[in-house]
Design a binder for this molecule. Structure first.
Ligand SMILES: Cc1cc2nc3c(=O)[nH]c(=O)nc-3n(C[C@H](O)[C@H](O)[C@H](O)COP(=O)(O)OP(=O)(O)OC[C@H]3O[C@@H](n4cnc5c(N)ncnc54)[C@H](O)[C@@H]3O)c2cc1C
Ligand SMILES: NC(=O)c1ccc[n+]([C@@H]2O[C@H](COP(=O)([O-])OP(=O)(O)OC[C@H]3O[C@@H](n4cnc5c(N)ncnc54)[C@H](O)[C@@H]3O)[C@@H](O)[C@H]2O)c1
Length: 498
């Protein structure tokens, strides 16, 4: 229902809210099928991933790996000597990978793909209706003939109970991936993926880094040896790694003796922040990064207009159709549904969502059986992830612990990657480990983890084995090339059969 002052409704087939990697791919699929599609974006087309997450963080981390690889081999080690990274060059390359925080390229892609862009904040206004509020206060009302897809992603979560946190102006992933200069001293709070990757990057760029972890392990959702090897790698880089440590208070103050009037607002001059730790200890740094997890961006997308509670993760079925809303017109894909907070899984869900929207628009039945064309089955069975630390962690499927908790009868087969000829050629004194988790009843792999330099490109072989549920007797015939790190597969498969 529109009031006399309401904008005239504009009709589309599909409305996508959020132009991150997920939203872009939903729109791409529906537009490719000839559905008139509009995408609503309140910030930059390309989303968190392009400007403040995957791309800039990996641009910061790639030089770290390149230098470590050169240092790992006699001959090239001497060529690079004891030099450190050229921080200005690394930051400039990062800027270029973040497209200098301009989205013209992605806007051009939308135009060339036939997707309309509505800049502004999108909110559901009722069934199949979305309002778009632009920065100048203007409002549009979009109406979808077929579907609305919410792809609004996630935002960083900061703890609520830490005194002085907001005034300390902590870094989140945005500042930590976009900072224009290297802080002299950086504290990182949180031992998850963001914490370990960005501790690695900034330490390698020259910061003194303290990583404060409240638990007893890094990367708690991976195999325990992954966190242990990453912890060793961080210590080798010179990170001060502290487990069992909570931050109870923060205070940002002007740097004593630095330029600026006494009592000046620390926002206006050089300042530093002092952290009070749970054991009463104190730590003073220039910046503090909170890498303590994510929350959905659903507080202000009009969920209450369709009977849902604002602020929570959106529950969906395997076709990414939102549960609890009648009519199968509302979808949620990417971080916002909390199935797997990874760009590639968001894009995968987007392809499934797009296919489901198109099928329903054409009155075709959905194939939502496991591994069907309209079921994002891989989210739970085979989501791969690479953590770009030194060493890298590459994992897919279930850990041993997760498989056992799921009630599977499994065994783990481990192998020392350093004992593989290809690994010893890759780097002198190569350190790393591999594990596969073998389902004894179905005789297929349900999980794999590789930790070591250069293992990221090994991961897709394991993803194919896990997602393809390739029987072990057939995997036996998948011969890895000599002398590559992939030859570890031979030992892992022997362990499965033995
Ligand atoms: C530091 C860091 C590094 C990461 N590195 C990796 C990595 O290497 N590999 C990987 O796979 N994943 C990585 N991730 C995770 C990855 O960034 C996310 O999984 C991915 O960005 C999710 O994509 P999305 O499209 O769902 O959401 P987003 O990328 O968050 O995009 C959502 C978009 O919706 C827009 N939006 C939100 N609300 C509205 C609204 N109401 N109206 C209009 N627009 C709206 C936002 O402005 C944004 O553009 C990383 C995350 C972080 C924090
Ligand atoms: N390479 C990649 O694929 C990549 C890189 C970065 C991020 N990501 C994705 O982004 C998501 C978010 O990453 P993240 O690292 O922010 O979240 P996370 O959930 O992986 O880790 C957050 C960590 O912070 C800890 N924590 C929470 N509250 C705390 C507090 N008050 N004090 C101290 N520690 C606290 C948690 O115990 C947890 O270990 C992840 O799910 C990840 O998949 C992926």
């Amino acid at each position: 229902m529109t009031s006399p002052q309401s904008p005239a409704p504009e009709e589309f087939d599909v409305i996508v809210i959020g132009a991150g990697p997920t939203g872009e791919n939903v729109a791409d699929r529906t537009a490719a099928a000839g559905l008139r599609t509009v995408i609503v974006e309140s910030e930059l087309v390309g989303g968190e991933c392009s400007y403040w997450a995957c791309m800039p963080s990996k641009a910061l981390l790639r030089p770290v790996a390149a230098l470590a690889d050169a240092r790992a081999v006699a001959g090239s080690r001497e060529a690079v000597g004891g030099g450190v990274l050229d921080a200005a060059a690394v930051l400039a390359r990062r800027d270029s990978f973040a497209s200098h925080w301009q989205d013209d390229g992605q806007v051009r892609w939308l135009r060339d793909t036939g997707i309309e862009l509505a800049r502004g904040h999108g909110r559901l206004a009722g069934e199949r209706q979305v309002t778009v509020e632009s920065e100048d206060g203007g409002e549009r009302l979009l109406v979808a003939r077929h579907a609305v897809a919410i792809c609004t992603g996630s935002r960083p979560v900061l703890p609520r109970d830490v005194a002085g946190l907001a005034d300390a102006r902590p870094w989140t992933n945005r500042e930590a991936t976009g900072a224009p200069a290297v802080p002299r001293r950086l504290a990182v709070v949180g031992g998850g993926v963001v914490g370990v990757e960005l501790a690695t990057a900034w330490r390698a760029l020259g910061s003194e880094v303290v990583l404060l972890v409240r638990g007893s392990a890094l990367l708690p959702r991976t195999e325990p040896f992954a966190g242990e090897l990453v912890a060793d790698g961080l210590r080798d880089l010179g990170v001060d790694l502290r487990f069992g440590t909570e931050v109870t208070a923060l205070e940002r103050r002007a740097v004593p003796g630095a330029d600026g009037p006494d009592g000046a607002d620390p926002a206006e001059g050089p300042s530093e922040v002092t952290l009070t730790l749970g054991d009463g200890g104190r730590l003073t740094v220039d910046e503090v990064l909170y890498a303590t997890g994510r929350a959905p961006r659903t507080a202000d997308v009009g969920l209450e207009q369709v009977g849902l509670h604002p602020g929570g993760w959106l529950d969906v079925d395997d076709s990414c159709t939102v549960l609890g809303v009648d009519g199968a017109w509302l979808y949620a894909a990417g971080d916002v549904n909390h199935r797997a907070l990874l760009t590639h899984q968001g894009k995968y869900q987007a392809r499934i969502t797009g296919a489901a929207i198109v099928a329903r628009a054409q009155a075709r039945p959905l194939d939502t059986e496991r591994w069907g064309a309209h079921a994002a089955s891989a989210d739970s069975a085979g989501a791969p992830q690479v953590v770009f630390t030194q060493p890298e962690v590459a994992a897919v499927g279930l850990t041993l612990d997760a498989a056992e908790r799921a009630g599977l009868r499994v065994k783990a087969i481990d192998h020392d990657l350093g004992a593989v000829a290809g690994a010893s050629l890759y780097g002198d004194d190569y350190r790393g480990r591999a594990r596969v988790v073998f389902d004894l009843d179905r005789e297929v792999l349900v999980g794999a983890t590789f930790v070591g330099p250069g293992v990221s490109e090994l991961l897709h072989s394991a993803t194919i084995a896990v997602v393809g549920e390739v029987p072990i007797d057939r995997l036996w015939h998948a011969v890895p090339a000599y002398p590559t790190i992939s030859e570890v597969w031979l030992r892992l498969l022997e362990g499965c059969r033995g």
